[in-house]
Design a protein around this ligand. Sequence first.
Ligand code: 5GP
Ligand code: MG
Length: 169
Amino acid sequence: MILITKDEIQTRTKQLAQQINFDYKRREVVIVGILKGSFMFMGDLLKHLTFDVVVDFIQAESYEGEDSTGNVVLKHELTTNIKGKHVLIIEDILDTGQTLSNISVYLSVYDPLSVKIVVLLDKPSRRIAQIKADYTGFKIENKFVYGYGLDYKQKYRNLPDIHTLEYLV
Ligand code: 5GP
Ligand code: MG
């Protein structure tokens, strides 16, 4: 079942970009995408950003199948020097919060000027770690979602809408 349509995603992404453009004005920002799930959202969001960006990626894994293991493993590390820079993390979904809280600690070691978080989706009812996004696309119920970059067993990332798992056969 479609939970959020591609048009709703695009409209909300433009709104988020407007707010981010307003907040950062003409500052240079290092955008750190969390692979793999955020790649589609990141691409769409960045098209609407009007300040200078440097793009980098981190790969973190905590999920196996449909559930979070709580163990966050970095599979690809930062390649940009973020010391003294504004950093904006782009993530697909904030669930238990363990991934983003681990990544925030990891990034803070490199002494950035600021770190903010953008998430497309937020499942507040699942939170374990004390972490909040600065910009949130949609708050959703505690349902497993896939599509628009998010996988179910590594597939369906290419779907343009966001689906809930319940009707997947
Ligand atoms: P957290 O560490 O906040 O529990 O988990 C965050 C990560 O788990 C996200 O980056 C995402 O990769 C994955 N995740 C959490 N919920 C879902 C979901 O409903 N669907 C998919 N495909 N991945 C999810
Ligand atoms: Mg992820």
